[in-house]
Design a protein around this ligand. Structure first.
Ligand SMILES: Cc1cc2nc3c(=O)[nH]c(=O)nc-3n(C[C@H](O)[C@H](O)[C@H](O)COP(=O)(O)O)c2cc1C
Length: 315
């Protein structure tokens, strides 16, 4: 029987729900070991605003936090699934921390890995960081599956932070969509589990080939590529300064974070709209380059849908 390890972290339970739904078909044919990551000092949920923002310097710098000890058999896994969420355009701190563990170093070396992301809608730069971390561990990323929150970018700019700060997912004022990934999307993620099961049955993972292509695993929103790049640079520069002059628990960290938040709001109200206008013109002028970039970030699974009928009939 094939051996599969599934590593995940979730605050609200959303990514746990996605992970368990997606991997259900695998449990019919493989031995599936689940490892839920638990920070020794749990991150709050719901968050208060300053703690939420105050987490960005460590998240962006990939600074690990201590995790509760876990014990798993030191066996060979045919496949590892890493389910994570981006925090400030970087992998969330618990997942980054797992990747620094001795266990991860052993279990991921030369092993096929599927990354599974559940987030608002900005995951591209987090996945680039994840790819580098995994490459450094000698792991081979064979698929990337992304599920994003329901609603457009404007709606989720309201609904996701509201959910993070209050825990409320309901339809705000009856006009906004529910926060988070829709139940229908989560239910449909079972197609990936079915395809992974079929891929493992034919030893496809041994050649490090994608198991989830043709199933609409990722869709890069090209309008977000440059915003993510600019955001990552800004977080990196400011995060480094804030880390240099204040520690996570220090009171003065709150002052720096407040100052940065004010700067961010000012940017969102002034520079961001102008930049969006400029970017939409540039995208029209550089269509070919943008499409190439989109295809790059959608690798290795791609956004094709040609196997949907096979793994999700009557959808
Ligand atoms: C501190 C923090 C930062 C976040 N940053 C991002 C982000 O950069 N991009 C994004 O799409 N979602 C972001 N989110 C939303 C998460 O990716 C995720 O959708 C949400 O936390 C729910 O995941 P859960 O399963 O852990 O509850 C962030 C959430 C938190 C708590």
């Amino acid at each position: 029987m094939k051996q599969v390890l599934v590593v995940y972290y979730s605050q609200s339970g959303q990514l746990t729900h996605v992970t368990k739904t997606l991997t259900a078909p695998l449990r019919e044919a493989c031995v599936v070991d689940y490892l839920e990551l638990k920070p020794l000092k749990p991150f709050p949920f719901p968050w208060d605003f300053l703690t939420f923002m105050g987490t960005f310097p460590e998240a962006v710098a990939l600074t690990p936090c201590p995790l509760a000890p876990f014990s798993l058999p030191e066996k060979h896994y045919d496949l590892v699934i890493l389910a994570y969420q981006p925090w400030f355009l970087s992998p969330s701190i618990p997942m980054t921390s797992f990747l620094t563990s001795d266990y991860a170093k052993k279990v991921l070396f030369n092993t096929p890995v599927i990354t599974l992301i559940g987030c608002r809608n900005m995951w591209i730069m987090a996945q680039e960081k994840m790819k580098t971390l995994l490459q450094n561990l000698g792991a081979k990323v064979i698929d990337n599956i992304v599920l994003v929150d329901q609603g457009n970018a404007f709606a989720t700019f309201i609904t996701t932070p509201r959910w993070m700060m209050s825990g409320k997912k309901d339809a705000l004022w009856g006009i906004f969509p529910h926060a988070g990934i829709s139940e229908a999307e989560i239910a449909k993620s079972v197609r990936f589990g079915r395809a992974i099961k079929a891929g493992l049955a034919s030893d496809k993972e041994k050649s490090f080939l994608p198991l989830c292509e043709g199933l609409g695993a990722v869709e890069v929103n090209q309008k977000l590529i440059n915003s993510e790049k600019i955001g990552t640079k800004s977080f990196h520069i400011w995060g480094k300064c804030i880390q240099k002059f204040s520690k996570k628990e220090e009171a003065k960290r709150k002052v720096f974070i407040l100052f940065y938040t004010l700067f961010l709001i000012l940017m969102i109200l002034t520079v961001v709209p102008l930049n969006m206008l400029l970017q939409s013109i540039l995208r029209k002028l550089n269509k070919a380059r943008v499409l190439k970039e989109k295809a790059f970030y959608e690798r290795p699974s791609g956004n094709g849908q040609h196997r949907m009928e096979e793994f999700l009939p009557n959808a």
